[in-house]
Design a protein around this ligand. Structure first.
Ligand code: AMP
Ligand code: ZN
Length: 664
């Protein structure tokens, strides 16, 4: 097989596996094998840039940066939909359209996916561009980001037309949304409010490799174009499916408004079992000839109608507002409600988010409130029924002291949340930090769970995570429900955690904003805890992806005496506090003291890989050219102003090949 044939075979194979997994939900290869093949392809592509292909599965990992999204006109306008809310609305609509077309009308019913709309243009079976809806006439070109969504086919199959647009919705399924939020909470960040806004926000991220990390999906529902030779909407859904698009099977063809109503009634209940958010049903005239006769109003097609599900809402009494203290000291007010049934679950509590939210709602204990389950996973209080406010109602006074340790709360300028500053003395913070330290992605201590940690802290056996390493059988055994065997397991688990690699230890320390990725970056760059502890803010921000906020948090942590002592104890106990020799072996200092700026689009290696190679070999990556820059690695389309700047400062401009020659 020639190199070109090998590359093409790998691409075809990976496209097929992607399709099986992300469109068909049917995996046909192990993750490991997939990664191996992807790496093979990446290597071949790097060696043979002459076979570059804008549809290669290697583009799924992202890496392209878009500073300003280009505005693109839609060849076919993206319309909005008219809304209906009742059987009568639908019957009126049917009466109207029956006057305008001949013959019987049949309909397709589809779910209305709640996400961000997108228009994809395909030419000769390849994704040419992806554009957001914008104002319907023109939107933003977000192609690089969309290519990272695995259910968007980059190469079509079957008998697809030469050129067409296909419209759909980018959604963020609940499972992935919840996982993203767990990760945010882990690093002390506010969770995202709902999947829809998070999905649409994702499309406009500048770094496509960030988009690649988000578990987005693309659900398609409409094909637009000329000479497509398709006769009905149901046929177009089937065709799209056969070309490799993800088109939910739920769509149904029916012959009467009564049948439409049955579909609505069914999905109004069963939508709660779907993996993603929907907010209604879209009813479309099935026959495309009839659709054409009906045409459009100024805003929407006459041949389609949205039916909005009623957001499920109930009213109940707010019994009490309580306040929770998180691991970072953040205070969250919680509404404790008179238990009430809502969308199939019993709701007892709802988050009130922060003091501003309480003020905005003008909410008091004893109020009757409206609770809704909309896009949010956690039910939300949307309003107070002021007409039912008790005469003796007292205005809500936001707490000024920590409910756990009575310390005066602080609220930083520009932050929504109040914090308890009693870092070392506030129980939930102490317990939360140790729980984070032992968690799966950090020290992953076998035999030790979150509740046991709370038990140890309450029994005054430990007060920070370094104390874990001094626990003995005699300490642990007297505790309730602690058998000899499990006590031994637990202590062995603690000992074993001394081998956990430094990057996970660093993550486990629970420095605010230092999540898994940031911890890895810091470890790679600084290599030892000492170097990280001594780094200044100015120094830290030169590390790729470390901003001022993270830098400040890191320096704050290592300027706190108690933290210094705890870290020193961890070192003494033998916990890993530097990068392992094995990791170090992959790194050189060939580029020591050299500063690089990377600009443009690359073919041999991705932009992120270039940065990694620079750092692995001891060089520095900075984002803008200055007199300190030694080299600019220029790809295609490097901006003219960058070139001018480099020339004026006499900074060498080199190609990616030149760069690879420096390190190989
Ligand atoms: P609206 O934003 O309320 O005007 O509703 C119109 C939007 O619904 C369209 O722009 C689409 O993004 C979205 N939508 C979701 N699911 C469908 C579907 N099955 N058919 C048509 N539009 C849909
Ligand atoms: Zn406190």
């Amino acid at each position: 097989m020639s190199i070109q044939e090998q590359i093409e075979a790998l691409r075809d194979e990976l496209h097929q596996h992607n399709y099986n997994y992300y469109v068909q939900d049917n995996s046909t290869i192990s993750d490991f094998e997939f990664d191996v093949k992807l790496k093979q392809l990446q290597e071949l592509e790097a060696k043979h840039p002459e076979f570059y292909d804008a549809s290669s599965p290697t583009l799924r990992v992202g890496g392209e940066i878009t500073k300003n999204f280009e505005t693109v006109a839609h060849e076919h306008r993206m319309y909005s939909l008219e809304n209906s809310y009742s059987k009568d609305d639908l019957l009126d609509w049917e009466t109207r359209i029956k006057k305008m077309v001949d013959g019987a009308i049949s309909y397709t019913c589809e779910l209305k996916y709640d996400g961000a709309s997108i228009s994809l243009t395909y030419e000769n079976g390849k994704l040419l561009k992806a554009v957001t809806r914008g104002d319907g006439f023109q939107g933003d070109n977000v192609t690089a980001n969309i290519k990272t969504i695995k259910s968007v086919p980059l190469q079509l199959k079957g008998d697809y037309p030469e050129k067409f647009d296909i419209r759909g919705e980018i959604v963020l399924p609940f499972e992935g949304f919840i996982k993203m939020n767990e990760e945010r909470i882990e690093i002390g960040e506010e969770p995202y409010r709902n999947p829809r806004n998070t999905a649409s926000g994702s499309l406009k991220l500048q770094d496509s490799s960030e988009v690649a990390k988000r578990p987005l999906e693309c659900l398609l529902y409409n094909i637009t174009g000329n000479n497509l030779n398709i006769k009905t909407q149901s046929e177009s859904l089937e065709k799209a499916r056969s070309w490799g698009f993800k088109v939910p099977e739920i769509a149904k063809e029916v012959n009467s408004i009564d049948a439409v109503l049955e579909f609505i009634a069914h999905w109004d209940i069963h939508r709660h079992d779907l993996p993603y958010e929907t907010d209604g049903v879209v009813i479309k005239v099935n026959d495309l000839q009839q659709q054409e006769e009906l045409g459009y109003t100024a805003k929407a097609p006459r041949w389609a109608m949205a039916y909005k599900f009623k957001a499920e809402q109930v009213s109940t009494r707010l019994n009490e507002i309580t306040y929770q203290v998180g691991r970072t000291g953040a205070i969250t007010p919680v509404a404790n409600l008179e238990p009430v049934e809502l969308a199939g679950t019993t709701v007892k509590r709802a988050s009130l988010h922060n003091a501003d939210q309480i003020e905005k709602l003008d909410i008091c204990e004893g109020d009757m409130v409206f609770v809704e389950k909309g896009g949010e996973i956690i039910p939300k209080i949307i309003a107070v029924d002021l007409s039912q406010r008790p005469a003796d109602s007292q205005p809500t006074q936001y707490i000024t002291q920590c409910p756990e340790c009575n310390t005066a709360l602080v609220r930083q300028e520009g932050e929504a949340q109040h914090y308890c500053p009693n870092y070392n003395g506030c129980k939930p913070q102490i317990i939360g930090r140790i729980q984070h330290f032992i968690s799966r992605k950090a020290m992953d201590i076998d035999g030790l769970g979150g509740e046991t940690v709370a038990l140890f802290v309450n029994a005054a056996l430990i007060s920070n995570y370094s104390d874990l390493y001094e626990l003995t059988l005699e300490d642990v055994l007297p505790l309730e429900r602690m058998a000899q065997k499990s006590a031994e397991n637990l202590l062995n688990g603690i000992q074993a955690s001394k081998d956990v690699p430094f990057e996970r230890v660093l993550f486990g320390l629970g420095i605010r904003y230092v999540g898994e990725t940031v911890a890895k970056k810091l470890v790679k760059h600084y290599k030892t805890i000492g170097a990280i502890a001594n780094a200044t803010i100015i120094d830290l921000v030169t590390v790729d992806e470390i901003g001022v906020r993270i830098a400040e948090s890191v320096t704050d942590f290592f300027q706190t005496q108690t933290n210094i002592e705890i870290v020193e104890r961890l070192i003494r106990f033998g916990v890993q506090m530097e990068i392992s020799a094995e990791k170090l072996a992959n790194q050189t200092n060939k580029l020591e003291g050299q500063a690089f700026v990377v600009s443009g689009v690359f073919h041999l290696v991705s932009r992120n890989e270039l940065k990694k190679l620079i750092e692995d070999n001891g060089g520095k990556v900075s984002s803008s050219i200055s007199s300190k820059t030694n080299f600019v690695i220029a790809g295609d389309n490097m901006g003219p102003s960058k070139k001018e700047k480099a020339d004026s400062l006499a900074v060498s401009i080199i190609s990616e090949q030149d760069f690879l020659n420096m390190i190989l």
